[in-house]
Write a protein of this length. Structure first.
Length: 177
């Protein structure tokens, strides 16, 4: 009897000396696992996981976009040069020309020049494409565009992934865009 009582007392004292996980730490760990799971699920649904896998395997789609003016201020022409500098071939969708100021943005989709439609355009690795953009056609369409100081060209892939952009100032401003 005494021996069993001592055995029970030794087990209870032994249990008091053991250090277990604290409750709030378990909640933090479960919350971390839940957030990690949600991030993976939403990235798979939005299609970003294949993009990350493509970056890990080394197949990168990289494009350099260059936009040049014929004059420093109030240019008549912009020259758009798209160069494929990545490891794979790229299928380029129609570029978007954006005239912008602080408060206003006007977007135009460029299909080509001279009634020729160039886009979508397939660029092999190392190839480049140059397009002259006549700004007077846009100014004739909307006279308020002359007041907008910035112009930007955004180039996307046919699938919707943004490949690159470039912007220039068309006139003097107090704040550079």
């Amino acid at each position: 009897m005494i021996l069993s009582g001592l055995l029970v007392l030794s087990l209870s004292t032994r249990a008091e000396n053991e250090i277990g996980p604290e409750g709030y730490k378990l909640f933090w760990f479960a919350g971390f696992i839940l957030v990690l799971f949600l991030i993976i699920v939403f990235n798979v649904r939005s299609g970003k996981i294949p993009h990350l896998f493509r970056q890990l395997t080394g197949k990168r789609k990289r494009v350099s976009v260059d936009l040049k003016k014929d004059r420093l201020y109030y240019p008549d022409f912009l020259e758009l040069t798209i160069r494929n500098t990545g490891n794979t071939d790229v299928d380029i969708d129609k570029p978007v020309l954006i005239f912008s100021s602080i408060w206003l943005k006007r977007k135009f989709v460029i299909k080509g020049t001279g009634n020729y439609h160039f886009y979508p355009l397939y660029l092999n690795k190392g190839q480049s494409h140059t397009l002259a953009i006549d700004l007077n056609r846009f100014y004739r369409h909307d006279k308020t565009l002359k007041r907008l100081p910035g112009a930007k060209v955004v180039v996307n892939e046919v699938g919707g992934e943004k490949l690159g952009s470039c912007k220039v100032l068309l006139r003097k401003t107090l704040i550079g865009f």
